[in-house]
Each structure stands twice: as C-alpha cells, then as structure tokens.
Design a protein around this ligand. Structure first.
Ligand SMILES: *Cc1c(COP(=O)(O)O)cnc(C)c1O
Length: 227
C-alpha cells in the first residue's frame, strides 16, 4: 500500500469510529506525525491535502520547517517534551504546542513571543501513568497549571493532551483524560480540545471525545531509525 492508500484507509477508520459513537468526523483534526521521516514525506502529504503535521523533537521540527519553507496553510504541531532553552525555536516553528506540562515551560514559551507573534495555541499534557517521572503534569496539579497558562498573555489555552499508558486499556485512560478536560474547561471554558489517539488506539480516543488525533505509522509506514 502506498502513502495515499494508507491515508485514505486511516481517514475511513476515523470516519467509521466517529459515526459509531454519533460524532461528526469533520470536527476531528487528524495530525500526521512525521518524526524521523524525511521532509519529502511532508511535501508528499501536503500534496495529498494534509495540513496538520506533528513532530516530537525541536531540532527536527526546526530543520523541517526551514527546509519546506512556507506551504500555505500547513500547521506544525509540536508534540514532544519541550525544554525551556528551546522555547524560542519551538515557538518560531510550531503553530500548536501540545506538551505544556509545567509552569516553567509555559513561561518560557510566553516570553519567547516576538512583538508581532500571533497567540500560540497550547495544550496541557497530562501524565496518565502512575510514574510521576513521565512527561505530563500529574492530574492533581492540572487546575493550577491551567490557571497559570490562562494568565499568559501570548498563549491561548486550547485543551489537554495525553499518551495512553502501555499497561492499561486505552479506553480507561482516555476516560480519565476526558475528566481532565472537564476540569480544565471549568477554568478556561474555551479550552475544549482533546489531543489523544495514535496508530494503536485512535478509535478508543474518538469514543472518549478526542478532537485531535496524532497518527504516525499507520499513515507514514514504519519509522526509519533515529537519526
Ligand atoms: C510518535 C508519536 C505519535 C504517533 O505514534 P504512532 O504510533 O506512530 O501513530 C503520537 N504522539 C506522540 C506524542 C508521539 O511521539
């Protein structure tokens, strides 16, 4: 199967999963995760109509955005661990940052705004595992982070993001994420995005209300080794 066929197949899967739970598939954004793939893949995806792509490492994001130049309407989503000393580079390249998980990174992204920067859309990454060392804010600290980000002048709080833990049924984890989304919306009513669902679990994420899916290998094929 080639890229176009895999994209069509995943989009059909999204549509079926949405209809199965009475949701409108047009209200779900499918982000194609292009990490480790060459920039030519982004160009091929663009030619197929893809307008949302995701990267999880700042350096690769910066290299690719520089290499493709401006493709009208293409949005880059940063979905990886963000470091404060990379905030400026992330902000310069990404339209959306899904991985704000602490006050320090929110402040760094806020401070990295150029005078003419549009507001940056951000999501709060929630740690759904029992290991506090994993990426994401622990659920107990979610409201505090949401309140802080709401007060950052150049950031627009859009919602929550998570990766399902490996040792748990994704549906159960995504149900907890839906609770987290409710709690964030109690602080910031417009923050209604839920970024969840990857190749292995996107139908469960759709059933749990995901608005943004981050799908890599089902569309791109297997990832090349780390560069
Ligand atoms: C790589 C990655 C994905 C996509 O994973 P696939 O299993 O290839 O669909 C989604 N989200 C994050 C945070 C990732 O790093």
């Amino acid at each position: 199967m080639d890229l176009a066929a895999r994209l069509t197949q995943v989009d059909a899967g999204i549509e079926a999963a949405a209809r199965a739970v009475g949701r409108d598939p047009d209200r779900i954004t499918r982000i194609v995760v292009t990490k480790f793939h060459p920039v030519s893949l982004v160009e091929e995806l663009y030619a197929l109509g893809v307008r949302d792509v995701g990267e999880n490492r700042q350096q690769e994001l910066s290299e690719k955005t520089a290499a493709v130049g401006s493709l009208e309407g293409l949005r880059w989503h940063f979905i990886g661990q963000a470091q404060t000393n990379k905030a400026k580079a992330i902000r310069a390249a990404a339209s959306v940052v899904h991985s704000v998980d602490r006050i320090k990174i929110a402040d760094a992204l806020d401070a990295a705004a150029a005078p003419d920067s549009p507001a940056l859309d951000v999501l709060l990454q929630v740690n759904l595992t029992h290991d506090p060392g994993r990426g994401g804010v622990v659920p107990d600290e979610l409201e505090r982070l949401a309140e802080h980000v709401s007060g950052c002048r150049t950031l627009r709080l859009r919602g929550v993001m998570a990766v399902a833990p490996l040792d748990e049924a994704p549906a159960a984890a995504f149900a907890r994420l839906a609770d987290c989304s409710d709690r964030v919306r109690a602080v910031a009513p417009e923050a209604s995005w839920i970024s969840a669902g990857m190749t292995a679990d996107y139908p469960d994420a759709i059933a749990a209300g995901a608005t943004h899916l981050r799908i890599g290998s089902a569309i791109t094929g297997p990832r090349p080794a780390h560069r």
